[in-house]
Design a protein around this ligand. Structure first.
Ligand code: FPP
Length: 151
């Protein structure tokens, strides 16, 4: 299994995907959203939003390259120490861009099975509901297994 910290400038995606294709699984740790935004003179929120869009592209690539299991660590316990505003923004991103019904429908059309690992009990209740719905809706899909590690 390949594990890397996802840093836009340092990651050789071609190499990573080549290796992962052989092994069928890839494990990523989201990192550097704020640094990337700062370098571009953007806000942390813009960095997180770009991070989620990058995640969507990675998922597409994994489907295309035939990777069977993609695990992404998108929120760690340490992240709770950030400001309330930033945490709320990250939670709203997860709700809107990953677990909303319309996004889950898209994942399902691509035959992606979604699962969440980690302690979800501290997440906002609406997000918990969306996660349950995503797991339930996609549980019989047999393409890419997308595992999102939260908290
Ligand atoms: C695959 C991918 C990129 C997904 C992004 C999903 C997302 C919005 C996660 C939010 C929390 C997080 C751990 C961001 C990582 O960058 P950071 O805020 O720790 O940035 P820093 O390392 O520059 O401080």
């Amino acid at each position: 299994m390949i594990e890397l910290r996802l840093h836009r400038r340092k990651t050789n995606f071609r190499w990573v995907f080549g290796q992962s294709l052989c092994l069928g699984m890839l494990r990523l740790i989201a990192d550097g959203n704020r640094r990337w935004a700062r370098e571009k003179g953007l806000s942390a929120s813009a960095g997180h939003e770009a991070g989620v869009l990058l995640l969507r592209q990675l998922i597409e690539l994994c489907c295309r390259w035939g990777i069977k299991v993609l695990t992404v660590f998108i929120f760690s316990c340490d992240n709770w120490s950030r400001s309330k505003v930033e945490i709320n923004f990250m939670m709203s991103l997860f709700e809107r861009l990953i677990f909303s019904e319309s996004e889950v429908e898209k994942f399902s059309r691509e035959d992606i099975r979604m699962s969440v690992i980690g302690d979800t009990s501290k997440l906002p209740k609406p997000l918990q509901g969306l996660i349950n719905n995503a797991e339930e809706t996609t549980k019989y899909n047999s393409g890419l297994q997308l595992i999102l590690a939260l908290n």
